[in-house]
Design a binder for this molecule. Structure first.
Ligand code: SF4
Length: 462
């Protein structure tokens, strides 16, 4: 985290909203306001919080207001929001209580403002939508995060940031009791679940509890860091027209994302030799993709964030008996079109591919993404394809309605357990060596008996 003193938050709502729309993504202003506020508070007490837009063209004033962020009318002129935002950032810089200034914009015109603020010893944090984040602005920030990652992380953490302080009393489920003396499940009130969260609960309820309810922060892992930037580089490649998709561009994107992500220092702990090995392995995986994959593919969507609230399908109820009103979220790496008009969901895997029946029997991802895509895109899905980068291989699955129903039934059970389990217990398994909570795990001795496989030889836990 950047600073421990006061913090000022300035949001160019127009820049964020238009950039997300360019990715064909609509995020409600209330959600942006909530996520920005929660994350900003991890940098210190919020002293100033303002969101700039021509509010005659954008909705959301009331939402920002509700979250304690003042909506500021920036005027109708082009760049009016940046100018107002820059002025206010300079004013915040005069306030001795403000130690961190967060600029939510990708506009390079804010570079001079960021530089000036840094010269006064304050910390500058920039959050921007990845596709419009100016390199010059990122380059002068002390910290940079994409808006997409903040939204995704907020989903993973149930809406709270890492290390986000004590839980509200209503969530003290393990120790607390309900009005009639019955133990309350810590996840009883949860209505929003990412696919990663559901998988985390299935793998180990205790880890889920620590990660998604207690919000215990664990250091970033090098496996997660490498996997994330491989995905980012592939996203950038596939957003280019086919004739511009070169291996040099792909590797350059990996290096850029890697360099810009300051968590790398924590992951590699300044061990340059280890970082070099991880980087070379990542480049090797990208080369495998480049040599094996269809580079002429014309994706319909790249890195699509989905948000689907379960609703009954007429008289047949909800798919797989999922609880109506629950929202499922997830990120799809890519969606291609099939010649018959149906959609093909693409998922990049940096680790070992399993046989397809294992995915259908054991992994809920295929069924949940399949259903979410059909429900939100209003187009049938024809196949789900894993592209394995370790030794380039494609694994295509076409689950039957029974397969989908069975997997969604498991999701229903997982949500049911989250809503009712008052004391989520450890479940020791082969993923324990990657668990960030191993040291504090009640079953630490047993969990430690699993050994990590050598680097690159096994599936990665993300
Ligand atoms: S070490 Fe294993 S059993 Fe313990 S919390 Fe982590 S995943 Fe669960």
């Amino acid at each position: 985290m950047a600073g421990t003193g006061g913090c000022a938050l300035f949001i160019d709502h127009e820049n964020v909203t238009v950039s997300l729309r360019d990715q064909r993504r609509e995020v409600a202003p209330a959600r942006l306001a909530s996520v920005f506020k929660v994350w900003a508070e991890t940098h210190g007490r919020l002293i100033m919080a303002e969101s700039f837009a021509n509010w005659t063209r954008f909705t959301g004033q009331a939402d920002y207001d509700r979250f304690g962020i003042t909506p500021v009318f920036a005027g109708e002129a082009k760049n009016a929001a940046d100018i107002r935002m820059a002025t206010r950032a300079y004013e915040a810089n005069e306030n001795p209580a403000v130690k961190t200034i967060i600029l939510v914009t990708g506009d390079r015109d804010l570079k001079a403002v960021a530089q000036k603020i840094r010269q006064t010893g304050r910390v500058v944090v920039v959050w921007a939508v990845s596709s419009t984040a100016a390199g010059q602005l990122k380059g002068v920030a002390d910290e940079f995060e994409t808006v997409e990652d903040l939204l995704l992380d907020a989903d993973r953490k149930g809406g709270r940031p890492p290390g986000g302080g004590p839980r509200p009393a209503a969530e003290e489920g393990v120790a607390a009791t309900g009005g009639h003396g019955t133990a309350k499940a810590p996840g009883q009130d949860k209505r929003r679940f990412s696919v990663s969260e559901l998988k985390a609960y299935e793998q180990c309820p205790r880890r889920w509890y620590l990660q998604y309810i207690r919000n215990v922060r664990t250091p970033p892992t090098h496996e997660g860091f490498v996997g994330q930037h491989i995905h980012h580089a592939l996203r950038d490649l596939m957003l280019k027209p086919p004739e511009e998709r070169t291996l040099e561009f792909l590797c350059e994107r990996l290096r850029t994302h890697w360099r810009d992500d300051r968590r790398g220092r924590e992951c590699f702990q300044k061990d340059r030799e280890f970082e070099r090995k991880c980087g070379e392995r990542a480049i090797g995986l990208l080369e495998n993709f480049y040599l094996g994959a269809d580079l002429k593919a014309q994706p319909k969507q790249v890195e699509l964030f989905l948000d689907w609230t379960v609703a009954p399908r007429g008289s047949s109820g909800t798919p797989g008996g999922l609880p109506a009103g629950v929202t499922l979220t997830g990120k799809i790496d890519r969606i291609d079109g099939a010649p018959d008009g149906r959609l093909i969901i693409i998922d990049y895997k940096t680790g070992r591919l399993q046989p397809s029946d294992e995915y259908l029997r054991q992994d809920i991802q295929v069924a949940v993404y399949w259903t979410m895509v059909e429900e939100t895109q209003k187009t049938p899905v024809g196949a789900f394809k894993f592209l394995g980068l370790a030794e380039y291989r494609e694994l295509e699955m076409r689950p039957s309605p029974d397969d989908l129903g069975a997997a969604l039934g498991r999701v229903t059970q997982i949500i049911g357990r989250i809503h009712t389990d008052p004391d989520p217990q450890p479940k020791v398994g082969p993923l324990c060596p990657w668990c960030g909570h191993l040291d504090g795990c009640p079953d630490k001795d047993k969990a430690s008996s699993f050994k990590k496989a050598p680097e690159g030889s096994d599936d990665l836990p993300f």
